[in-house]
Design a protein around this ligand. Structure first.
Ligand SMILES: [Zn+2]
Length: 113
């Protein structure tokens, strides 16, 4: 259900922004989903469409950007993509530490009509 709550939150946020800007309709939400966030963009969009009925967000589109999970090598500091069952730095072969990248679920921008 976390997708539902996120969708409702975004409808509220975008509608409030539209009202503040004196705009009637939200055209596009630019959103970022981290691949490790556990959120499905499609599911959030479905809930968003439901929650948006009768609001400034009705009919709004998502512009989805998916971010990769990055690990940071504790030895050389290199950032590298996490691969399935492979957490090792390509240079040093030591296991990387998790970073925030890949866990984000956020609205980065909103376009209005
Ligand atoms: Zn390294």
């Amino acid at each position: 259900m976390h997708e539902y709550h996120k969708a409702v939150e975004w409808v509220k946020t975008a509608s409030a922004k539209a009202a503040q800007s004196g705009m009637k309709k939200v055209k596009t939400l630019h959103v970022t989903f981290g691949e490790s966030s556990g959120y499905s963009p499609e599911v959030v969009k479905n809930y968003f469409d439901e929650a948006a009925v009768g609001t400034a967000c009705e009919g709004a589109e998502f512009d989805v950007k998916v971010t990769r999970s990055l690990l940071k090598c504790p030895k050389c500091g290199k950032l590298f993509e996490k691969k399935l069952l492979d957490y090792k730095c390509p240079d040093c072969g030591v296991e990387g530490d998790p970073t925030e990248s890949g866990n984000e679920v956020e609205v980065t921008g909103i376009d209005f009509y």
